[in-house]
Design a protein around this ligand. Structure first.
Ligand code: HEM
Length: 228
């Protein structure tokens, strides 16, 4: 218990928690992207996958709570570390553009908040199905198991230009956030002073770009009617 209190009291401890939860959320995004790409294999494959993910209610809820806890801890540490930094430097820098800082690094709080809003919209869209309530009745039966017609929801959703645009912007900001997050993660491991910085920066940008292309491929292909 004492160890936990100390972990959250020290700024190094909170940086570690941010790194660990950020890495966990990054892993989720990669797996989710691979899952989404199954839309290119057709309705049966995607729906079968969606049904498989709902095999156990307990596992599903355990996973959802773990995700929520990671988001909560990540946000808590981000906010308290930012406030601590401001308190330590109340007058602020004269020149607000620190050397070597990228747009992604200077807008981590804003991109983080917009991404959080995008995730709420996304869950209302596909999980609770409250944006287009017709989805609630779109069920299917596959190999004797009932589930939601996820393929039909995805094709319907992304055929609407404003929905696709919202996803592309949301995913774009997420990737800007990730590109800097990957760099911060390695920085926290102390790899920056060892001359690895250009490699780490390139790795962060490359990872973010791959995720952006993988995620945006779904709305773009549906809008262009390559998938229908
Ligand atoms: C174009 C990009 C995306 C597509 C096509 C997509 C697709 C989907 C679909 C179809 C579902 C519902 C699955 C089901 O009901 O079985 C879902 C759920 C979800 N997605 Fe995404 N997603 C995208 C981006 C994202 C991003 C960027 C995040 C987070 C960073 C995210 C987080 C989630 C979460 C948390 C759920 C809820 C899982 C649950 O049921 O508990 N998604 N997504």
């Amino acid at each position: 218990m004492n160890l936990l209190v100390n972990l959250f009291r020290s700024s190094l401890g909170r940086k570690l928690v941010m790194g660990a939860t950020g890495a966990g959320l990054f892993g989720f995004v990669v797996i989710h992207m691979i899952g989404n790409l199954q839309v290119f294999a057709g309705a049966e494959v995607l729906n079968q996958y969606a049904i498989l993910l709902r095999t156990s209610e307990e596992l599903l809820w355990g996973f959802r709570l773990a995700l929520l806890a990671m988001v909560g801890l990540h946000l808590y540490c981000a906010i308290t570390l930012t406030l601590d930094n401001r308190r330590a430097r109340p007058a602020g820098y004269q020149d607000k553009r620190p050397l070597g800082a990228t747009i992604a690094s200077r807008t981590m709080m804003v991109s983080g908040v917009v991404v959080a809003a995008f995730i709420v919209f996304h869950i209302l869209h596909f999980t609770t199905r409250d944006i287009f309530t017709d989805y609630k009745a779109w069920t299917i039966e596959l190999h004797g198991r009932e589930g939601h017609d996820v393929y039909r929801m995805v094709v319907h959703g992304f055929s609407i230009p404003w929905v696709s645009a919202a996803y592309i912007v949301g995913v774009g900001l997420l990737c800007a956030h990730l590109s800097h997050g990957v760099q911060s993660f390695f920085q926290s491991l102390g790899l920056v002073s060892t001359g690895y910085q250009p490699i780490i920066r390139a790795a962060g940008v490359a990872a973010a770009l791959i995720i952006f292309l993988g995620m945006a491929a779904v709305p773009v292909s549906i809008l262009l009617k390559w998938v229908s």
